[in-house]
Write a protein that binds this ligand. Structure first.
Ligand SMILES: [Zn+2]
Length: 207
């Protein structure tokens, strides 16, 4: 992908996530990593995603910003660590999606057994301990956790999702958030879980 195309994709998906209420001016950032040139294209800090323009997207080479009109999000460190741990992935979505983040606020991993979507997408979603936002602290435990899971919760903060493409990372975040929203409704009615055999069959079909 060319630089212009990458920036346009970051803008497009920022707006889609904004429309869905999954990011706001102060929370959430997304990126695409151009592995070939070692350039990370990440959303800037404190900008309403709705107003983002391609030239606002920050381009990072390591810890140096080499492009973009606006200062990179301080949370680019999350993206950098997650992408280093997952060479199969080129995109990161970091959001504070309400239903998933509720678990993070409670320092709880997510392991529900009632949803086929959840079973297809995840083998549980772990929660790593709290770390100070904007510092390297925030990434403690992220490398290990994200190697086995596409979404990892950050205690008292939000979540990180990695995927091959930004489209797929957004799709996984949206679908998982929807599942948890429904689970929250279903909980009050008495959820019926899938059996071990059913879950095993879903995992098998996935392989
Ligand atoms: Zn955050």
């Amino acid at each position: 992908m060319k630089s212009e195309e990458i920036k346009e994709q970051v803008v497009l998906y920022s707006k889609i996530l904004d429309q869905k209420g999954l990011v706001n001016s102060l929370e959430g950032n997304i990126s695409i990593y151009d592995r070939e040139n070692d350039l990370l294209y990440v959303t800037p800090t404190s900008t309403r995603k709705e107003f983002l323009k391609p030239e606002d997207i920050a381009i990072m080479k390591g810890d140096d910003q080499v492009g973009g009109n606006k200062r990179r999000s301080s949370e680019y460190l999350l993206h950098k660590v997650a992408l280093a741990a997952r060479p199969d992935c080129n995109a990161v979505v970091h959001v504070h999606a309400p239903y998933m983040t509720a678990y993070a606020y409670c320092n709880k991993s997510i392991d529900i057994r009632c949803s086929t979507t959840f079973a297809i997408l995840h083998d549980g979603i772990p929660c790593i301990p709290y770390g100070l936002p904007g510092s390297l602290d925030i990434t403690n435990g992220l490398s290990e956790a994200i190697q086995g899971h596409d979404i990892v919760l950050l205690a008292n903060h939000g979540l990180v999702c990695v995927a091959k493409t930004l489209e797929h990372a957004c799709a996984v975040v949206e679908a998982t958030e929807e599942v948890l929203k429904i689970y929250n409704l279903a909980k009050t009615m008495g959820v019926s879980n899938l059996s071990d055999e059913d879950l095993e069959a879903i995992k098998k079909a996935k392989r």
